[in-house]
Design a protein around this ligand. Sequence first.
Ligand code: ZN
Ligand code: ZN
Length: 346
Amino acid sequence: MSSMMRSSPTSEAARPAEVAAPPSVAQPSQGYDGAGPFPVEADADAPAAPRGISDRLYVTVTAAIVVAPFLGLGLAGWLLWGSLIHPADVLLALALYVVTGLGVTVGFHRGLTHGGYRAVRPVRVALAVAGSLSFQGDVIGWVATHRRHHAFTDRPGDPHSPYRYGTHLRGQLRGLAHAHVGWLFRNEPTSAGRYAPDLLADRDIRAVSRAFPALCALTLALPFAAGWAIGGTWQRALTALLWAGLVRIALLHHVTWSVNSLCHMIGRRPFRTRRHDRATNLWPLALLSFGESWHNLHHADPTSARHGVDRGQIDPSAAFIRLLERVGWVYDVRWPTPDRVTARRA
Ligand SMILES: [Zn+2]
Ligand SMILES: [Zn+2]
């Protein structure tokens, strides 16, 4: 199968720039001392507060996406109490968690955002689809927002820094809520033209991006249909939808959001990062986040395909990239070298 994939060199994807965001937008912030709240005027890209019908619609839809999985979780717990959970629900949830999680970490993040490897076109597109099934926004918007996070990490302009409200206790608690989920409600769009021109120029990725609403429906329809096929009743379809649909989505949401919030506040910082950048390595999240919680190394070396570079640091995303490399579906992988890692130690 790999030779079939390799036989179409014209399908190779363009590699994004070495540094994720254009240097012109990543200048040091004026008037930020690293401790106080971010100056309000620094959010150049965005309106200060939600306004108008489209903004209210945006906030309503976001609230539905954030809250619905928890309603599912509560209902699921109640159903569990009544013994309405089946092994097939758990296996389906696990399978979809792995597929959509790797779509986000290997596809959206390490590949499309940072260019940690190149992929043959069918794999590039398949990973973009898998990531889109995670209910985390369309692929181009996700990448643009994340590149902006790297361009302005933990200083004014960062879309989800826990230091937005300062480093005193109240500011930190408010910042933690903001970095975890609050930022999603602010409707501060990141310009895709500015941060993801390479993806806007990719017809296939644009198509995946446009298909996001349909993929959201699909990510719920899949477990419903599988539950129906396996159990043969609408009750079994509904329990599969709850566990492998809503609960699975909620769990991956909070793991991803924890990398934005906890992995900039708690944990170790063995590697040097840029000024103000406080990204941390947080081991308890390593397995659930597929290696993304080795976030300090990631901010020290964003294009590295492996984030868990030290002994015992489990990194399932890197293992998956290695597997894809072995079968020839990805190539030009930026594996960390000992020299590169040593040069970045604090
Ligand atoms: Zn980060
Ligand atoms: Zn990143």
